[in-house]
Design a protein. Structure first.
Length: 228
């Protein structure tokens, strides 16, 4: 019988505590005091669909409850264990530094939507202009109103982001927003401060009722592992 070609799927880089891991078919490939959590998979049976991506993410969440980890992107495959070991050797000091930076911390994501922009958009969609002049006037007033909302929102978001930065070890924000989303940011928060961080978000939501806050997490530190 022909032997099926195999690949090694990489889930995360973790510290030495992975020796206690019992999550078959996952297992650690260890180098010094760090390890890669991997799974051996059949190359011809690989699936890159939504179901597989969700399963991969769920596995990372379970690992995140047990270990300090640097999560890998879905679809990270190496040829075999020797290639994994080589990766750990080449980037050992980088991985050690990043693991120390995120130890005892979790990531939260925050998106902010403008309620007034949503309402204005819906209202304008329901209007019917009688002629070209009325249409142009309406567009002018809409533009002026949108500019004022953006100015007010930017000021509020600066305050919100600054307040949440004080409660986090690191933070990143998306400079590009789309649709009704006026802000998107991620925060790395110490385990002992998670409850207070979430409470602070609720307080800020009360201070700015014209904005809609969507807080998610805690997650593995996807946005704080570095480009490597």
């Amino acid at each position: 019988m022909k032997e099926e070609p195999m690949l090694t799927c990489l889930y995360a880089i973790v510290d030495h505590s992975a020796k206690e891991l019992n999550m078959r078919p996952l297992y650690p490939v260890t180098y010094k005091d760090i390890a890669a959590i991997v799974e051996t998979v059949c190359k011809e049976r690989l699936a890159f669909d939504q179901k597989s991506a969700i399963e991969y993410g769920t596995t990372l969440e379970v690992l995140n409850e047990k270990l300090t980890l640097l999560p890998c992107r879905f679809g990270t495959f190496l040829q075999d264990e020797s290639a994994v070991l080589q990766l750990l050797q080449e980037h050992y000091f980088f991985y050690k530094k990043k693991l120390e930076e995120i130890r005892g911390k979790q990531e939260f994501g925050l998106k902010i939507l403008s309620e007034k922009s949503v309402q204005a958009h819906n209202a304008n969609n329901g209007k019917q202009c009688k002629d070209g002049k009325e249409y142009l006037l309406q567009k002018f007033y809409d533009y002026r109103g949108d500019e004022e909302r953006r100015r007010v929102n930017r000021k509020a978001i600066d305050v919100i982001h600054e307040e949440l930065q004080k409660l986090s070890s690191m933070s990143v924000k998306d400079v590009e927003t789309r649709g009704q989303v006026v802000f998107s940011g991620n925060y790395l928060v110490e385990d002992g401060a998670k409850s207070f961080f979430c409470s602070k978000v609720k307080v800020l939501q009360g201070v700015y009722p014209e904005l809609r806050f969507l807080l998610t997490g805690p997650w593995p530190p996807y946005n704080f592992v570095g480009e490597n």
